[in-house]
Design a protein around this ligand. Structure first.
Ligand SMILES: Nc1ncnc2c1ncn2[C@@H]1O[C@H](COP(=O)(O)OP(=O)(O)OP(=O)(O)O)[C@@H](O)[C@H]1O
Ligand SMILES: [Mg+2]
Length: 789
């Protein structure tokens, strides 16, 4: 963790420190396979662990009969409950069911799916005794709920404000769908941050040797080869700026593409060799795929042949094979060629010469594949650099972004200028004609705003869509959204009014028609509203008018009709549904915990009954209790398998009623001798003090004899008490309650000590002031209180 220092670029705002207790600063890397959570603390950014102490949380959601299993618990359900377990769902966000990418994705899935009424993907999953259809946003919302819980567990506060990572190639619809998922999980997304930009921020933020803003920037290429995709960005850094210059990607090429290549290879081999069709069994497919992934990882480390061996893969057959790195590279040669495409594209689009590139930083789990690193060397003429944490940089960048947006931290000025990968155009009807205008070009800076001018006498509609023929666009669905401008009226003379429309791609990369105004030109001294000049561009799309008069701006209503965003009423319903599932998960966990408590009690007691508790249990109780334990054990696996929480609580209470007496006797037997010994020590000390007084010790010669006598009497009484009780305890068997408890001994000691202290710690009077002495003075008695342990 980065330590706080006065010159540190990152620290808690002094005047807003209270905010840090109420506002969260969190970055989530939503990987296709692994999610990471980074939080900002006063000392800097820290990647936090989940309840299993792992820093990564698998992006898996599994629905059980009674509750959800998300993250690590979900992953363990992949082989056991494949029909109700969803993973690899990130790319389905905001995609139509019929999109070829969706269909390719679903082909490998083991869960049931359907097209929803609005044409998107629905997962058909069994949950709580019913088959229900969940949207991708809901499943992502469940994962985000889990991640939010992990962040809250670490920060010990409610988490809402955050920055979420998003693949740089995500379309408008995908970004909107993710934002809805975040709302379902109760998160307030301050910004969606492109994954490769997050990595660039994690790289540049702490660099102290970047060129001045007036100098030539340092150019670094970031390459993220994750589980599902490849993202490449060329970035220019100066002291206070990060400028993304170019970005390219392959949205469907990542580590899993190599796993699937291996899976297909070995499935074909085993078909011939062992006469088994692995793909006919989900379980066998899942096992073989997992082994292929392991093999791929081992091949990253060694060049020799690596064995692959699975016992009882299917039809009771054990399978064996081998592969070397060289064979793997041949088998996946076309995939490596595909990796080269976006690498070359970024180099070309950025306009950078190889020599201008300071470093090529690689991140993402699959960037550990050696042939991938060789490609970097081949294309950029530089060794791949691995100075960043390959798994955690995206989450760190997101947390840094969150810190710089949030008021909780004061961070150094470092502006992130990102780009939107795809060109967007606007279409509208005018006098029965279709018109289209480019509004944002591909690789255009974000955020970006434009003002468009129209002349209309009534409500009208604008359609935004991606420009056709953008080969990198990962969807066939070009529509971005329709936006209806309402409340438009003609001018007094019946002529169309002038309407200014503000369109924007916001910092999250989401397109919107943000506002529309009717612009009235008036003569004379009318109240004049200043024109909004915040747009980068002001485009007058139609015939210009006479502009010499003053203007009055009247806001108009813009109604977005965007399929990928859930309408407010539907969003409310799914937020409520998520809330109910959180509550039912919590109740189910409590129920399971109470069942486990009974089970643990049975096993613990059975062990201890023959061991430490044995002498403290009367023989007849032992028999009854043992029988009760066996009966409870059987009950837990039969009738008691599935009971409500209060039944388990009651069962545990009943068992404890039997065990509490001997457990208490055992505990007393451990503690009572210590208390008895302490009382005896107090008696010994007090007796010594009385003897010192009687011997005329100077230390006590100011004490009253009657007081000391009271102590002497108390000593005899206490000694008699402790001796009698000891004898009584010794006379009884251990399985009977002792005639005195630990706390009684403690009480006796406390009252005895109080008496002794009041007598022996009485302050010695100060000797009267004496005139000058000629003889040497008698040394003053030191005031030393009696120690009573
Ligand atoms: N040593 C290794 N050699 C090869 N591949 C590896 C190695 N270690 C991890 N991987 C692969 O990295 C991939 C996971 O990478 P990562 O965690 O970066 O993905 P992600 O962030 O979840 O996905 P994405 O970025 O695509 O959304 C898996 O395919 C995994 O097999
Ligand atoms: Mg990733």
């Amino acid at each position: 963790m980065n330590r706080l220092a006065s010159s540190h670029p990152f620290h808690c705002q002094k005047h807003t420190q209270f905010l840090s207790r109420t506002m969260s600063v969190v970055g989530f890397d939503l990987g296709n396979e692994n999610c990471f959570i980074a939080v900002a603390r006063q000392g800097g950014i820290e990647v936090v662990a989940n309840e299993y102490t792992y820093r990564q949380t698998p992006a898996v959601v599994s629905l059980g009969a009674k509750k959800r299993f998300i993250g690590e618990a979900g992953k363990t359900a992949i082989p056991t409950n494949p029909k109700n377990t969803v993973y690899n769902f990130k790319h389905l966000l905001g995609r139509k069911y019929n999109d070829p990418f969706t269909q390719a994705e679903l082909k490998r899935a083991f869960y049931r799916h359907t097209e929803t009424a609005d044409g998107f993907v629905g997962f058909k999953l069994d949950f709580q005794g019913e088959t229900k259809t969940f949207t991708v946003q809901q499943i992502m919302g469940m994962l985000l709920t889990q991640l939010r819980g992990t962040a809250e567990m670490n920060l010990k506060m409610k988490v809402t404000d955050c920055v979420l990572s998003v693949p740089s190639f995500f379309t408008d619809a995908q970004r909107r769908a993710l934002l809805d998922a975040a709302q379902i999980a109760g998160l307030n997304v301050l910004r969606l941050l492109n994954e490769s930009t997050a990595t660039a921020l994690a790289y540049g933020f702490y660099k102290t040797d970047l060129p001045a803003d007036t100098e030539k920037p340092r150019h670094v290429v970031f390459v993220d080869l994750g589980e599902s995709s490849l993202q490449v960005s060329a970035v220019g850094f100066t002291k206070s700026n990060l400028n993304v210059i170019a970005s390219a990607s392959d949205p469907s090429l990542g580590g899993r593409t190599f796993d699937l290549r291996l899976l297909d290879h070995f499935a074909a081999e085993f078909k011939t060799k062992y006469k088994i069709d692995v793909f006919s069994s989900p379980k066998a497919t899942i096992r073989l795929r997992a082994e292929c992934e392991k093999l791929k990882k081992v091949m990253s480390a060694i060049t020799n042949e690596v064995p692959l061996s699975i016992e009882c893969l299917m039809d009771d057959k054990d399978v064996k094979s081998r592969m070397s790195r060289a064979e793997f590279e041949t088998l996946a040669a076309d995939l490596f060629e595909r990796i080269a495409v976006p690498l070359r594209k970024v180099l070309a689009d950025s306009g950078l010469a190889k020599e201008d590139i300071f470093a090529v930083e690689v991140v993402g789990g699959a960037s550990r594949i050696p042939a991938f690193k060789n490609l970097i060397l081949e294309i950029f003429g530089k060794e791949a650099s691995t100075t960043l944490n390959q798994d955690e940089s995206v989450s760190r960048g997101c947390a840094l972004m969150c810190a710089s947006i949030s008021p909780v931290f004061r961070v150094r000025d470092f502006t992130v200028n990102d780009i939107t990968p795809y060109g967007i155009e606007l279409s509208w009807q005018n006098n029965g004609e279709n018109n289209t205008s480019d509004v944002f070009a591909a690789l255009h800076a974000i955020p970006s705003t434009k003002l468009m001018t129209y002349y209309r006498g009534e409500a009208f509609e604008l359609s935004a869509q991606y420009k056709a023929n953008q080969p990198t666009l990962p969807t066939v669905d070009l529509a971005v959204g329709r936006f209806r401008v309402e409340g438009v009226t003609p001018e007094k003379d019946g002529q169309p009014s002038k309407i200014k429309v503000k369109v924007r791609v916001n910092p999250s990369g989401v397109f919107n028609v943000e506002a529309a105004h009717r612009i009235e030109e008036v003569a004379g001294d009318a109240d004049v509203a200043p024109m909004d000049t915040s747009a980068d561009d002001d485009v007058d799309t139609e015939a210009p008018k006479d502009k010499k008069k003053k203007i009055v701006k009247t806001p108009l209503t813009v109604v977005p009709i965007v399929e990928a965003s859930l309408p407010a009423d539907k969003l409310l319903l799914v937020v409520e549904a998520e809330h109910q599932m959180i509550v039912s998960d919590k109740l189910e966990k409590e129920r399971e915990d109470s069942r486990n408590a009974v089970e643990e009690f049975v096993y613990e007691m059975r062990d201890k009954l023959d061991d430490r508790y044995a002498p403290y249990v009367p023989p007849e109780v032992k028999e009854i209790f043992s029988t009760e334990l066996s009966a409870t054990e059987s009950w837990l696996y039969e009738e008691g398998e599935d009971q409500v929480k209060k039944v388990y609580v009651k069962k545990l209470e009943e068992l404890k009623k039997l065990s509490d007496p001997f457990v208490r006797r055992y505990n007393e037997a451990q503690e009572r001798p210590k208390a008895e010994e302490a009382l005896r020590s107090s008696i010994v000390l007090a007796r010594k003090a009385v003897e010192q007084f009687k011997a005329g010790d100077e230390k006590y010669n100011h004490l009253d004899a009657a007081d000391v006598d009271r102590v002497a009497v108390a000593i005899d009484a206490r000694e008699k008490f402790v001796n009698e009780k000891s004898a009584a305890i010794a006379a009884l068997p251990l399985y009977q309650d002792a005639p005195i408890t630990t706390s009684q001994f403690v009480l006796e000691k406390d009252t005895f000590d109080a008496l002794c202290t009041s007598v022996f710690n009485k302050a010695k009077p100060k000797p009267p002031a004496e005139p000058m002495q000629t003889e040497s003075p008698v040394p003053a008695a030191t005031e030393e209180p009696m120690k009573t342990d």
